[in-house]
Design a protein around this ligand. Structure first.
Ligand code: PLP
Length: 223
């Protein structure tokens, strides 16, 4: 399965983030040995012991909701935070990045699904942010956007939601980041909808189940 997904990614050169939440370090090492270096976790308290235990050239992606008071724990090493869903959080990441003398790469997570439970910004909200906000946070490097589609069999709905995310990306790119090569990521697509996501321009897939098997639902409480 791993090789097959990698092949599907080839034509457009999207990145595969292997979502290892709830899975043991042994399972992560198995993929690591096949060459995988990008892994995603959604909880800080689970990420920390894995970071400690596993090879230091792994690039860790935080993909779940992040509480401001936990930013300090991941600031020294996190590779990319996909799930920035408020201006306060962005400011806190900037502050902790500065303390660590780092620039931290971030994506803004947008709410594109119909389900209410999913985290994320509304485009209207971001438009109200101070005009200079992105240049005023020197230790943040904004690299693009992230979103999760509705959990549904209706492929057209999923496609519409991914298109909406792509439009938000385009508007942000034109308005704030036209000159910045770095702003180029659209993190969308999971095990059930990654093919649609690729067709709609995804540059990063976040895939768990297809690589690691089903998760135990009880372990997966979203914090
Ligand atoms: C769990 C999770 C994934 C991976 O989901 P699968 O359906 O197992 O591929 C992707 N993105 C986020 C934000 C997740 O929480």
């Amino acid at each position: 399965m791993y090789q097959q997904i990698l092949q599907e990614l080839q034509p457009q050169d999207a990145l595969l983030v292997a979502v290892s939440k709830t899975k043991p370090t042994a399972a992560i090492l198995e993929l690591y040995e096949k060459g995988q270096r990008d892994f995603g976790e959604n909880r800080v308290q689970e990420l920390l012991p894995k970071y400690e235990a596993l090879p230091k050239d792994i690039r860790w992606h935080l993909i779940g909701h992040l509480q401001s008071n936990k930013v300090k724990y991941i600031a020294p090493f996190i590779h990319l935070i996909h799930s920035v869903d408020s201006l306060d959080l962005l400011r806190e990441i900037d502050k902790q990045a500065r303390k660590n003398e780092r620039v931290i790469d971030c994506l803004l997570q947008f709410h594109i699904a119909q389900e209410e439970s999913k985290f994320g910004l509304q485009w209207e909200e971001v438009q109200q942010w101070p005009a200079n906000v992105f240049s005023a946070l020197p230790n943040i490097r904004l690299c693009g956007v992230m979103g999760m589609a509705t959990f549904t069999d209706d492929e057209e709905q999923v496609r519409r939601e991914f298109r909406q995310l792509h439009r938000i990306f385009d508007v942000m790119k034109n308005r704030f980041f036209a000159a910045e090569e770095r702003f180029r990521e659209i993190s969308m697509g999971m095990s059930d909808d990654y093919r649609i996501a690729l067709q709609e321009g995804s540059t990063m897939l976040r895939i768990g189940t297809l690589l690691f098997g089903q998760r135990n639902a009880e372990e997966e409480d979203v914090t």
